[in-house]
Design a protein around this ligand. Structure first.
Ligand code: GLN
Length: 234
């Protein structure tokens, strides 16, 4: 759209959920992270001014379909279901759903979650792929119960205090949450590998094409890798 920023540049407004380190999190008064740096690099290439709009994860797609924001960048996994409502750019990173447990947990393998009579309570972030998979593969099949949280960090606190049995979440935030809390570990079993991409409105092919052009250049220049390496320590 034609919203202009302070210096007359067109605004690129990005819906995100700054509860997903290292992709997006709050530092002081700013939202920072991989997605913010990538969106900033894209905005720079397009001569636009980036504006970050922080909200709950499950509000991001509605913010795009309603036109409130032009893009959604939130470590968002490309899924067929989401493609019914938004378009996705080319992928710029991948994620893996992992299981966080307490160090002394009886859960030692992802298969323990889909065992008859297991009856675990699994914490997830509302509306994420972890939520969608656990609800359909575990809760709907009677193996356990899914508890939804607005923030991944809140699910992790419930795990620390023994209110739930595990958390299913993307691998990079999982690493950050385990680092920030004592007595937790990540099971090496992988749930599923996913592509992260930027969401745009279905009728905004022009913006999608421009972003893909910028992403291609940023990949070729090594900028995407540089940004990933800045936030993800081996
Ligand atoms: N990759 C997950 C998804 O798209 C989680 C993203 C997030 O919580 N920011 O559902």
């Amino acid at each position: 759209d034609s919203k202009s920023g302070g210096d007359g540049k067109q605004v690129l407004s990005m819906a995100t959920n700054a509860e997903f380190p290292p992709y997006e999190y709050v530092e002081g008064e700013d939202v920072v992270g991989i997605d913010v740096d990538i969106a900033q690099a894209i905005a720079d290439k397009l001569g636009m001014e980036l504006k970050v709009d922080n909200m709950n994860f499950d509000s991001i797609i509605p913010a795009i379909t309603s036109g409130k924001d032009a893009i959604g960048a939130a470590g968002m996994t490309v899924t067929d279901e989401r493609k019914k409502n938004v378009d996705f750019t080319d992928s710029y990173a991948t994620g893996v759903q992992v299981v966080i447990v307490r160090e002394d947990s009886k859960i030692t393998d992802v298969k323990d979650l889909t065992t008859k009579g297991a009856d675990n309570t699994i914490g997830v972030q509302l509306g994420t792929t972890g939520d969608i998979y656990c609800t359909s593969d575990i809760q709907d099949k009677g193996f356990g119960k899914v508890q939804q949280f607005n923030k991944g960090a809140d699910a992790v606190q419930a795990l620390v205090s023994g209110k739930i049995d595990c958390v299913v979440i993307d691998n990079q935030p999982a690493k950050e949450f385990v680092k920030a809390n004592k007595g937790l570990k990540i099971l090496d079993t992988e749930y599923v590998t996913e592509d992260y991409a930027i969401a745009v409105a279905k009728d905004n092919t022009e913006l999608k094409d421009k972003i893909n052009g910028a992403l291609n250049e940023l990949k070729a220049e090594g900028t995407i890798q540089k940004i990933l390496d800045k936030y993800i320590k081996a």
